[in-house]
Design a protein around this ligand. Sequence first.
Ligand code: UD1
Ligand code: MG
Length: 453
Amino acid sequence: MTKDMHDIAVVLLAAGQGSRMNSELPKVLHHLGGVPLVWHALNAVQSLDPARVVVVTGHGAEAVEKSVAAFDAEIVCVRQETQSGTAHAVAQAEDALSGFSGDVVVLYGDTPFVSADTLGAMCTSRETSDLVVLGFEAADPGRYGRLITTGTELQKIVEAKDATAEELAVTLCNSGVVMANRDTLFSLISDVGNDNAAQEYYLTDIVGLARDAGKSASVVMCDEAETLGINTRAELAQAEVAFQNRARAMALENGVSLQDPATTYFSFDTVIGRDTVIGANTVMGPGVTIESGAQIRPFCHLEGCHVSQGAIVGPFARLRPGAELQENTHVGNFVEIKNAVLAEGAKVNHLSYVGDADIGEATNIGAGTITCNYDGVMKHRTTIGARAFIGSNTLLVAPVSVGDEAMTGSGTVVTQDVEPGALAIARARQVNKPGLAVKLMEMLRRKKSKKEA
Ligand code: UD1
Ligand code: MG
């Protein structure tokens, strides 16, 4: 239990309405980098290896709680029934942190860019200060709370609404991130009142209260870009640009070639290996991993998929969740792959849908092949062996399997399993009628001139 003294818990505030988003969706569920905003903050605090994470929900609580559970089922959510201010919000987490005696970091669900380094710097500062607040120099201090300091000591935080003209001139602002020992934090919060312009319980008041009680408070600084909070759709769009620019710079630094960085879009968890080349106008949704030395040609859309070394994808390909492309596979233009494994060297080069399927090594799937995986109620699997040759425009009505080294004739509708080495042909036999084409044309032309006369 002594270890608990040095443990860290996180309280993430996500109860606010976010009314300026003008949205039915709770603010923290709007997407950034392909995932809900709240996931970014949850991801950032992983670096602290927190003993507990508590998320305070309110507006759209059910949906927010579902999203938090999808990130990590261990996270505890507590509800704030009325949004009476940030101190009131943190107070809701007190019970969930009973029995915990370490430090608590409070941060906001709508502030996605706080870095691991910054959180680390706060932990270091906590060793010599009772209370640590994350601050920044604001280009436009506007509505931010102002940090009032003497020397290196933080004296109080004044909300813009309650500030004097002199205080408003201060450009050192409050990010909202605060760190203190659990007992100190909740004891200070219990003394916070709501006698202010907004009639809210301000978390920021704990600094003045701490100073009055003879406790020390310090400021850790970070770049303004890190504390960017999202309040409007315009800010969300700006944050997306900032996120993408960072992801692009990181990919380039890691040895990935981007043909036109400004038109390549990443998700928060995209992983791409060295010497992979990404063509212009390519979008990576969540859950994409691409090994080194792959080629993603222009105009591709990927999500929830894995692309192995030496694979070539696109142009104009769509890889959906569960697509696994093993080494040296080719997926060409206007091909969609979903929940399917392409074994080494398999090729699907043109105009095909391969869904719920296993495609064997070095098998070639002809143009226009479709796996008919859905019967209107259930999904079924198609299994194709190694070195098979699927003729153009084959329909594979699943569940169905085609053995190793088997072939299907072009235009075949496969409804029965095909044994290894067999050729399946399922189409009407061709009949040629000598001279009939010429006769038919003459008849049609006569008809037309009769009509015109
Ligand atoms: C807050 C700070 C301000 C700081 C700014 C940084 C206070 C009183 N003010 O102001 O000093 O400069 O953030 O962005 O803390 N929330 C709840 N329940 C509530 C109220 C808020 O969960 O009852 C959550 C919101 O969802 C949001 C966060 O707390 O994620 C901050 O609330 P917000 O209303 O945006 O505070 P600001 O006025 O921006
Ligand atoms: Mg705010």
